[in-house]
Ligand binder design. Sequence first.
Ligand code: F6P
Length: 359
Amino acid sequence: MKIGILTSGGDCPGLNAVIRGFGKYVFNQIEGVELYGIADGYGGLIRGEWRKMTPQDFVGILNLGGTILGTSRQPFKLMTLEESNSPSKLDLMKQNYKKLGLDCLVTLGGAGTHKTAALLSAEGCHVIGVPKTIDNDIYGTDVTFGFHTAVDTATECIDRVHTTAASHGRTMLVEIMGNKVGWLTLYAGIAGGADMILIPEIPFDPEAVVATIAKKASSGKAFNIIAIAEGAMSREEAAMKKKARQLARRERGETTATQSLARLIAERVGVEARVTVPGYMQRGGNPSAYDRVLSTEMGSFAGKLAKEGRYGVTVAVQKNEITYNSLADIAGRQKSVPVDHPLIKTALSLGVSFGVEKI
Ligand code: F6P
């Protein structure tokens, strides 16, 4: 049996642990298996760049951040595009899948990776996905590997700004990654004891934000921590088309809502407001123990799916059970934070604000 494995999209803690879990499983459980590591995500499959892997490749990588295979972003919308009569990226990938004589391709990645995996699968390739992302936005799985490590990192960032917030009596806005969803901000915000949590799923009302900070300032709560998702937006912005929103922000020299909100708070409440953006720190570093366990489970389960010849699927966790979903069912769908999520209710019951008067 010949299997290819690649990691695609943004890097994420746990990629190497999944590669290891998968590699160890197949070398132990599938007689005569050949495993090929494809370089730099779908890019390597497009260009025909791979190397044969041996059990030695999986030694010492369980706790290693990043990916030993390399990765790249390959925008889904360009996959089927044919440029000046040359084959599309999809055609090149199919050609190389056949050239390498693969029985199966394992793709570790996020939402974009899964859309391409579903496309390859629909074109007749045997694909198994594994859901990676710090954003936790993959449909059909309760959790993605890498998410909890990023929660730990983002929480530590919030912890660290607490001291400055308290010492100076400032309002600190910590902008947390997560793309279009607020999972990372919600979890880190609660873990870091944020006073306010702003997520894309609950567009904030600037007046309510100002009123909340002002009330706390007048009642003697001199400092505030706001965990704000990079995808957070005001109600007014949420009503705009994406392009118009981006243009309006670009005209202010900004890409997110955070700086504007900090300025508004400073002007209207008269407190010092500062922004911290941990950025790629949240994707870096070693996977936490939780993510090592989850990645090992997901990797070995993907190996089991390969052994059983179960293709066109992606690994998932549902109610603490490891299982799988059909790629066709989950591709292109997003798992957002439901506004009635129990964690939101818990936070609200503790007096945490979500930047609106009422949810
Ligand atoms: O999907 C992971 C993620 O880190 C998002 O949270 C973020 O919006 C995006 O990737 C950043 O992407 P890039 O690596 O292309 O800058």
